[in-house]
Design a protein. Structure first.
Length: 115
C-alpha cells in the first residue's frame, strides 16, 4: 500500500492526507494549527472555514476531529467553542523540528510515496 501526501506550496493546501501517514499527518495538522491564534475562541463554523482554506479535499470534519484528537485544538463539550491549545508546539515541537525539512519541501510541489 502506498502512503501519499501532496502539498501545494503555492496555495498552502493539503490535497490528500492518508490515514497511515504518521509523521506527515502531524506535520500537516501543525501547518493548519499555525493558522489559528492563541486566546481566540472560534465557533465550529470559523474552525471549518480555516480548515477549508487549508485543504483541497472535502472532509473538513475529519481534519477537525484529528486536530482535536491530537491536541492541536480544544473545544467545549457541546462543540460550541474551539481554541488553539497553548501547548501543541511543546507536544510536537521537537518532533516536527526533526522532520519538517525532510518531510516537506515547501519551496515546490512535492509528492512523497513509500510502501
Amino acid at each position: 500500500m502506498y502512503i501519499r501526501i501532496l502539498y501545494n506550496a503555492i496555495r498552502g493546501a493539503f490535497q490528500f492526507l492518508s490515514g497511515k501517514a504518521g509523521v506527515k499527518r502531524i506535520l500537516a495538522l501543525s501547518k493548519i494549527a499555525e493558522k489559528f491564534e492563541l486566546s481566540v475562541k472560534y465557533t465550529e463554523k470559523e474552525v471549518n472555514e480555516i480548515i477549508r482554506n487549508s485543504i483541497v479535499f472535502t472532509d473538513i470534519e475529519l481534519i477537525r476531529r484529528e486536530m482535536f484528537q491530537h491536541r492541536f485544538i480544544g473545544r467545549l463539550r457541546d462543540g460550541s467553542k474551539y481554541w488553539l491549545e497553548e501547548d501543541w508546539k511543546s507536544l510536537y515541537g521537537d518532533y516536527l523540528g526533526e522532520v519538517r525539512g525532510a518531510a516537506l519541501d515547501c519551496g515546490e510541489n512535492r509528492t512523497e510515496e513509500s510502501e
